[in-house]
Design a protein around this ligand. Structure first.
Ligand SMILES: [Zn+2]
Length: 99
């Protein structure tokens, strides 16, 4: 039995641990000790993937999945990520293209 619903690269959400297509997940990186959303996927360094969903961010926070996935010492504040999700207009992602 083969699954054909997901094509291309697949990542695992560090929150709910579900596998999903890479574009469906938000890449996050750590810059100067701060969790930073990388919606364009262009920032350098080790990244972690999480659903752009506050529930998944909370889950990852509680499980301390971000420091583990990103190989950093100490806890990471997920507040920047929460803010990022709050300011994201629902259902209108990728309408604007910035180059
Ligand atoms: Zn998730």
């Amino acid at each position: 039995m083969t699954t054909v619903s997901v094509e291309g690269p697949v990542r695992t959400c560090v929150g709910c641990r579900a596998r999903d297509a890479k574009p469906a997940l938000l890449r996050v990186v750590v810059i100067d000790g701060v969790l930073t959303a990388d919606p364009a996927g262009r920032l350098p360094g080790r990244g972690a993937s999480v659903h752009p969903d506050p529930a998944c961010v909370d889950l990852a926070d509680r499980r301390r999945a971000f420091p583990r996935a990103l190989r950093v010492d100490g806890p990471l504040d997920v507040e920047p990520l929460r803010k990022h999700l709050q300011t994201r207009p629902p259902n209108r992602e990728q309408v604007e293209k910035r180059t």
